[in-house]
Design a protein. Structure first.
Length: 168
């Protein structure tokens, strides 16, 4: 087989298998499994990417519903301090504060520049005020693809990889 055919075959296989990469880096974790009976409040964060923060909140709500019986999105954008105050008034549970730090959407099929997303997440026990987890979620699309992907497509798998170990 000629080198050109090998390269084209590899590109085709990569585009069909969707070789996206996901990485969850935990900076600080208490290592205690979360209680699925306690409500989880997902903050709408303030930051450089307002539309993407809304999309990220929606994804966290969707994915978290597989693990917790009660998932409540906070309606207004807020800082971490404001989100803590709001949730303390609502009662016991957990606060999730996901902040978009990087959101790059490229026309990957034409440029081979990967789409990228980076989210920093803080998880707080509302009752005690303790930080249970601080993590950074990084996701990248595949380089070779036949269709354009976006960070929105990467996000659900990335968020699920973050949440799942929190309940084990």
């Amino acid at each position: 087989m000629s080198p050109l055919r090998v390269i084209l075959s590899a590109m085709l296989i990569a585009s069909l298998t969707g070789c996206a990469s996901y990485q969850v880096t935990t900076k600080n974790s208490r290592g205690v499994p979360l209680d699925s009976n306690r409500p989880v409040y997902i903050a709408l964060t303030q930051g450089e990417y307002p539309q993407e923060n809304q999309e990220t909140q929606n994804t966290f709500v969707q994915e978290w519903r597989s693990y917790s019986k009660q998932v409540i999105p906070l309606k207004t954008p807020s800082s971490l301090r404001e989100a803590i105050k709001k949730t303390q008034l609502l009662g016991a549970g957990y606060l999730v504060y996901p902040l978009v730090e990087q959101w790059e959407d490229h026309n990957t099929p034409w440029s081979t520049i990967r789409d990228k997303v980076q989210i920093s997440v803080v998880l707080i026990d509302i009752k005690s005020g303790r930080i249970l987890d601080k993590s950074v979620l990084n996701g990248k699309s595949t380089t070779w693809t036949m269709k354009n992907t976006t960070p929105s497509i990467i996000l659900p798998n990335l968020v699920n990889r973050y949440i799942e170990p929190l309940y084990k």
